[in-house]
Design a protein around this ligand. Structure first.
Ligand code: ZN
Length: 260
């Protein structure tokens, strides 16, 4: 059967002398691996369209039950302007595609997840400044769309509003994040939670859950402490639900580049 769908390229691997195995996240069929014959020949029009993060339209010979499908035709949909040209943007975009790759299984269609990935890449490509918060937005919404949305309005242990204790001026206290929600400061002292969170960071996490576009996340102003806490809370949740003991390759590569 020949199928047509649009897709984001998650990963490109060399295969034999001139071909490539491409992992796609497709709108119509979820994650799909395809073989692109001759993709690495010099004049191949396939080669330029099949870079990681690219948004493409594809025609695929698809046989049910087969692990590797055959790519027949590719059209580049919107060539990126800045996404693949600037390191900060590329680091954010490559983290997004790698997270979708590790978080999904083949042949599970999930249009809401596809839309999240595509709209986030589109935003990172055109944002005026290299976006920081767009990746937080993506990670929080990814947890939500995979069914792991943490409950942040009540303490998961005592059901109190954790923000009240965390923002008391005379007594600023930190709660902590848990797999499925938040612990208020007194409950967090029992040592069962993950990374600590201030009231400011909790409010940021709540807003990230409610927003509907990556652009709107960019308007949130965070202190340096909140940046660090939000980063580690989201990573802790992703590690628990999605990554297991895996380390993101993208992060290893880009953190070593930025130290050079
Ligand atoms: Zn509590």
């Amino acid at each position: 059967m020949i199928v047509k769908t649009d897709a984001v390229v998650l990963k490109v691997q060399k295969y034999l002398e001139s071909s490539a195995i491409i992992t796609l996240y497709t709108r119509g069929f979820g994650k799909m691996s395809v073989i692109a014959k001759g993709a690495r020949r010099r004049q191949s029009t396939l080669a330029s369209a099949l870079g990681a993060m690219n948004h493409i339209g594809v025609l695929v010979y698809k046989k049910d039950g087969r692990e590797l499908q055959t790519l027949s035709q590719v059209d580049l949909q919107n060539p990126w302007r800045l996404l693949a040209a600037e390191m900060d943007r590329m680091a954010a975009g490559m983290t997004m595609v790698e997270l979708v790759n590790v978080a999904t299984h083949a042949d599970e269609r999930h249009e809401a997840l596809y839309d999240l990935l595509l709209s986030s890449l589109e935003y990172v490509d055109i944002a005026t400044n290299p976006p920081k918060n767009a990746l937080y937005y993506f990670e929080m919404q990814l947890l939500d769309r995979l069914g792991f949305k943490p409950a942040l309005s009540r303490c998961v242990k005592c059901s109190m509003d954790p923000l009240e204790r965390m923002t008391e001026r005379s007594l600023p206290m930190r709660g902590s994040i848990l797999h499925d929600g938040i612990l208020c400061p007194p409950c967090a002292t029992q040592g069962i939670g993950g990374p600590e969170l201030s009231g400011e960071s909790l409010q940021v996490l709540r807003r990230l859950q409610d927003l509907r576009t990556p652009e709107s996340a960019e308007r949130i102003v965070l202190s340096a402490v909140a940046h660090a806490e939000v980063t580690s809370a989201l990573r802790w949740l992703l590690r628990h639900h999605v990554l297991g003991s895996k380390v993101l390759k993208t992060e290893t590569v880009f953190s070593s580049l930025s130290k050079q």
